[in-house]
Design a protein around this ligand. Structure first.
Ligand SMILES: C[S@@+](CC[C@H](N)C(=O)[O-])C[C@H]1O[C@@H](n2cnc3c(N)ncnc32)[C@H](O)[C@@H]1O
Length: 345
């Protein structure tokens, strides 16, 4: 079974594991309250690229010289990283652990820092949670709207890492029979369109995304050798007319960015864009009716509260009513993997 969207977003939802609704002891409450300190330690380690600076082993003074940071502060920080086990220290020399070195020393084959920088950027929105609850929306302008190249690069790297892992399974779950033209709305890195095109030689896909993102998708499409069948389109999913006669429209990790009204409007435009019998595939966190479970989906709603203007996570019932009023028939939610809703025009 492929990882659920909850697992795919584990990077953002880290620490959220556990059964929803289990009563929390006071000691657990205070432990979690204080855990931001260790989280911030690791975020700053990634932000400063500490593990690359430590390389094959370095003293605090050498790391400070490489990073142009304060020597006293750097030593304090490295000691704490060793205390939590993210580094080791022997006779004044700090060393990377093999597991972390594999992901966090620049040049390593599984170098994950570009994607992990997205988690670093998430700190800003979450720090303003109190203000967001007062205001009812992201306290700072949502990063995705700023189209800052560094923010966007990290965001799409994080999305690509999840999508590349899940794409083949999604194609298997959805199937490609009868799909000749598809549109991947807010398609990000294009990983899903690439996987669909790889699964069917006559399938053509369009990846619609923002101007800052389309070139990133184009690069992945070119690398996959699929530029003749997978194209990019700069557009705005909140208002564009997508065109007509698609056999499949994919909304992967899109609906949670949008308000209920925006989703209803999007579904109406998807309905218009599909050929009769065409399918709309939604892949997202899906809440149980009471909205307190699954725990990652309830937590992701807060993630959207602090990072978007009106986004949230939604229940199957909400999706069904919006899809029905947009004109879709035969709305199904496959039991496994549980994060898909398929609606037929
Ligand atoms: C959470 S990512 C999902 C990416 C991809 N569908 C996936 O599952 O990996 C959301 C995507 O929507 C895009 N996006 C956000 N607002 C958009 C807008 N107004 N118009 C077009 N794309 C947008 C983002 O750039 C990003 O690629």
């Amino acid at each position: 079974m492929r990882p659920s969207i909850a697992a795919a977003f584990a990077l953002l939802a880290c620490g959220f594991a556990g059964a929803a609704g289990n009563p929390m002891s006071y000691s657990e409450f205070t432990r979690i309250m204080g855990s931001f300190q260790e989280s911030r330690l690791l975020l700053t380690a990634v932000e400063l690229d500490i593990f690359t600076a430590v390389g094959d082993g370095a003293s605090a003074a050498q790391v400070a010289a490489k990073l142009k940071t304060n020597p006293r502060a750097t030593e304090t920080f490295l000691n704490a990283l060793a205390a939590v086990g993210a580094l080791s220290k022997q006779e004044g020399v700090f060393r990377n652990t093999p597991d972390i070195a594999r992901r966090l020393v620049s040049g390593s084959p599984e170098y994950a820092r570009p994607a992990l920088m997205h988690t670093v950027h998430m700190w800003t929105g979450w720090s303003a949670l109190t203000e967001s609850i007062r205001a009812g929306t992201a306290a700072a302008p949502p990063g995705v709207e700023a189209q800052d190249p560094q923010w966007t690069g990290a965001f799409i790297a994080a999305m690509h890492r999840n999508a590349a892992t899940n794409a083949a399974a999604l194609v298997r779950d959805v199937g490609v029979t009868g799909v000749r033209r598809m549109i991947d709305i807010g398609g990000g890195s294009g990983a899903y369109s690439i996987a669909f095109a790889q699964a069917k030689p006559d399938l053509r896909a369009e990846v619609l995304d923002l101007a800052a993102v389309a070139p990133i998708a184009q690069k992945h499409i070119d690398e996959a050798g699929l530029s003749s069948r997978v194209t990019t389109r700069v557009g705005d999913l909140t208002k564009d007319d997508f065109g007509r006669d698609y056999d499949l429209a994919l909304l992967s990790a899109i609906c949670h960015m949008l308000s209920p009204e925006e989703n209803q409007d999007l579904f109406r435009r998807c309905h218009r864009a599909l050929a009769p019998g065409g399918r709309l595939v939604i892949r997202d966190f899906i809440l149980e009716p009471g909205k307190t479970a699954p725990r990652p989906a309830a937590m992701f709603a807060v993630h959207m509260l602090v990072n978007t203007r009106g986004g949230s996570t939604y229940s199957e019932q909400e999706y069904r009513s919006w899809l029905e009023s947009a004109g879709f028939v035969k709305i199904a939610r496959p039991a496994s993997p549980g994060d898909l809703i398929v609606a037929i025009r």
